[in-house]
Design a protein around this ligand. Sequence first.
Ligand SMILES: [Zn+2]
Length: 177
Amino acid sequence: MPRANFSRIDLDLVYLPFVAVSLEVIARCEARGVRYVATYGFRTLDEQSELRRLFLAGKGGKASAAGLSAHNYGLAFDFVCDAGSKPGVQPDWRLPAYRVLGEETAKAGLVWGGRFGDAPHVQWPGYVSALQLTPLRTLTERSSVAAVWAQLDNERGSPTWRAANPRLAADLARLGF
Ligand SMILES: [Zn+2]
């Protein structure tokens, strides 16, 4: 049951079309015998700043500056591979453990962080680089994350977006978005 794989996350804070496709991706991974559990979804700007501070102090993993992570707009998940059959999660952080996640993410038309050295990370396409994320930060500062989601709703309705994201567009249509 893929929803159980997301029980640590508040899914209400994540962009719903992204949630719907991600549930399918994780279910397909599970069908291939690999279980991934979501450890991060939405992250506030304050939480992002703290992660950035720890990273710069050499005390934490790589983290973007506040507003320059897709997590800040509910457009990304981080997963851990559960290696164990025992109750609870037995984290497997070895790179090959994320190969199936990468394959299924790409097939669904989402972006896999393994492309830029962040194998547990999966996100919505088009908002990866600082250049792409900066307009979302501006919009959030002026309005809210809800305004960002409204903009994405508009964007994915356009023929240009659908042509650039055929697999994702088809999956979203099938899922009723
Ligand atoms: Zn991430």
